[in-house]
Design a protein around this ligand. Structure first.
Ligand code: ADP
Length: 547
């Protein structure tokens, strides 16, 4: 027998309308390309979203059409990320840091007909525009010059909005209707499209707002230093709107980020570890001024324990280490301490916090061996993490060639190798593609990097596997030093690693570089490192079966 409850579709419309009705006075702050800070509230955002939905429809946008953005995090970008799904179309934020040829393939696959471009990205966009066919371009934050110099003049955003009515009524009947298209960041291969539904995004937002996950409240001021193209900014803008928290948008590389934290009273900020490593010295210098900051949400890559300690102990900012994937909208696990950990020392607590944490409510997880048997949660057995949840993809967008990414019984193969302990805490050992296989043994690049980063004069480190005739593969470490030196530090680093690892784990070579290449979302780009050191080397095949 079915129950007798309302069959009310779970859609983004409810998130937006809740933000307007209940939290209409809450603000969105944006650092504009000219350095000024723009501020308005959710009421104004809501009115403009309705106008924008009307304008898109008038221009010919239909439900199910893909509408792209090529932009930094700004209030206009948020408006577009709300208005497009509000009008029943699919919002597709493009990763502005990908190469134009790669982006052109993505635009073609998504069939983007309308693209909203941020003036600050207009120059990069012109390189992409030559390679794509796009019916309409709408430009925001552009001075007139930028538009006049364009071969195909674009529509000006403010004019586009102001000519439209604000009486749009959204009519999305089916919660399984597609609402957003995000591509993986392409760290381990070509980016793949994930098509979110209204239902998956709504449920992800509810789950993310649990106390032990993002834990956002109406009193929070949230700074997502995660691009909107990276799994919709990890779902933070929608979660903030539902919670009634304020949002602060800034360019991740902007020199005034810390000023903005102080001026707007940011309480929760999110970003990849590289961002927090870069901002640490300034935050330490201005510790008293940034006292509003109470929590960091960190993910995308392992957060080094030394960095966690610097924030937790030095700045008294709680670090919540999270793991996820674009395929998971993106949240999978979150690391918060249990009541049972209360009496542990600070150092022991930080050690737990360096793990990726436990599955958030709604996410199911299992650990599977190479021969497809389920492994115990004993903190020792290493296997591939497989997941399922209402916000996990069931396939890739228009991609039939990826059946190996899903199991026959409907779980996603994450391609991540990990252990899970008896308390349910997962620890990533490596990506299956990155793990080094040397003489039949596995060497975790993540473990080596973590210990290298503990060495005082190492600012950044990455370990990759390079082909070796005798052993198959051998580790090579690439390091960035905080102080220039003419001495060869290889021997020192060898000894440092030898205190924690067996001899065969120690990298054969240590290469000092000025900077480690990063992907568009700020993750270490191991493929680029390999290309830099061995230009003729081909990508390594996947170690996990079926992939
Ligand atoms: P890509 O795989 O192209 O980088 P995503 O941005 O979706 O695309 O990244 C998901 C992957 O990022 C995960 O499968 C995992 O390998 C890695 N990852 C995410 N968070 C963490 C974390 N906290 N620690 C270690 N790895 C992480």
């Amino acid at each position: 027998m079915f129950g007798a409850m309302m069959n009310y579709p779970l859609t983004l419309v409810q998130i937006l309308e809740h933000a307007h009705r209940i939290h209409g006075d809450k603000r969105v702050h944006t650092q504009l390309p000219n350095g000024k800070v723009h501020t308005y509230n959710y009421d104004t955002l809501y009115r403009r979203v309705k106008q924008l939905a009307n304008a898109i429809t008038t221009l010919g946008g239909r439900p199910g059409d893909s509408v792209a953005t090529f932009a930094s995090n700004r209030y206009q970008h948020l408006e577009i990320c709300c208005a497009v799904p509000y009008a029943g179309a699919i919002i597709h934020p493009l990763n502005v840091r990908l190469a134009p040829t790669q982006l052109a393939k993505i635009v073609e696959e998504a069939e983007d007909k309308l693209i909203f471009v941020d003036g600050a990205c207009a120059e990069q966009f012109s390189k992409l525009e030559e390679k794509i066919e796009c019916e309409h371009v709408v430009l925001f934050n552009a001075d007139t010059g930028q538009n006049e110099n364009r071969t195909n003049p674009s529509i000006e955003y403010e004019q586009f909005i102001s000519e439209a009515d604000d009486d749009y009524i959204s009519d999305i009947q089916d919660e399984n209707w597609a609402m957003a298209l995000c591509y993986t960041s392409g760290t381990g291969g070509e980016p793949k499209g994930v098509l979110y539904t209204h239902r998956s995004m709504y449920l992800h937002t509810l789950a993310a707002n649990q106390a032990d996950v993002f834990g956002l409240t109406e009193s929070d001021v949230v700074m997502p230093l995660v691009p909107l193209f990276h799994a919709m900014g990890w779902g933070l803008p929608y979660a903030s709107m539902f919670a009634g928290a304020e949002i602060v948008f800034a360019d991740v590389k902007h020199e005034r980020i810390v000023d903005l934290i102080v001026e707007t009273g940011v309480t929760v900020a999110a970003g990849v570890p590289t961002v927090w490593a870069r901002l640490l010295p300034e935050l330490q210098k201005r510790k008293q001024e940034v006292s509003s900051l109470r929590r960091l949400i960190v993910g995308g890559e392992p957060m080094p324990p030394t960095l966690i300690e610097a924030y937790e102990k030095g700045l008294r900012v709680e670090v919540r280490h999270a793991w996820g994937m674009t395929e998971m909208s993106p949240t999978g696990t979150f690391c918060t301490l249990r009541k049972a950990h209360q009496n542990l020392s600070d150092t022991e607590k930080c050690k737990i916090k360096a793990m990726q944490g436990r599955p958030i409510p709604g996410v199911q997880m299992r650990l599977v061996s190479e021969n497809e048997t389920e492994l115990p949660w004993d903190g020792k057995a290493i296997g591939e993490v497989q997941v399922r949840s209402p916000w996990t993809a069931s396939g890739y967008y228009k991609n039939d060639s990826t059946p190996g990414h899903f199991t026959e019984d409907g779980w996603l193969r994450t391609g991540d190798l990990a252990t899970i302990n008896a308390e349910g805490y997962m620890q990533i050992v490596d990506r299956a593609k990155a793990i080094i296989r040397s003489g039949g043994e596995s060497i975790s690049t993540v473990a080596l990097e973590t210990v290298l980063l503990k060495y005082p004069s190492i600012k950044d480190a990455a370990v990759i596997g390079i082909p070796d005739e005798k052993w198959g593969e051998r580790p090579l470490a690439v390091v960035v030093l905080s102080l220039q030196t003419d001495c060869d530090i290889s021997e020192t680093l060898r000894q440092h690693l030898a205190t924690e690892f067996p001899k065969f784990w120690i990298p054969d070579k240590f290469v000092v570089v000025d900077e480690i290449p990063k992907t568009g979302v700020g993750k270490t780009d191991k493929h680029a490192i390999l290309q830099m050191l061995l230009p003729n080397h081909k990508r390594k095949p996947h170690y996990v079966k079926h992939r």
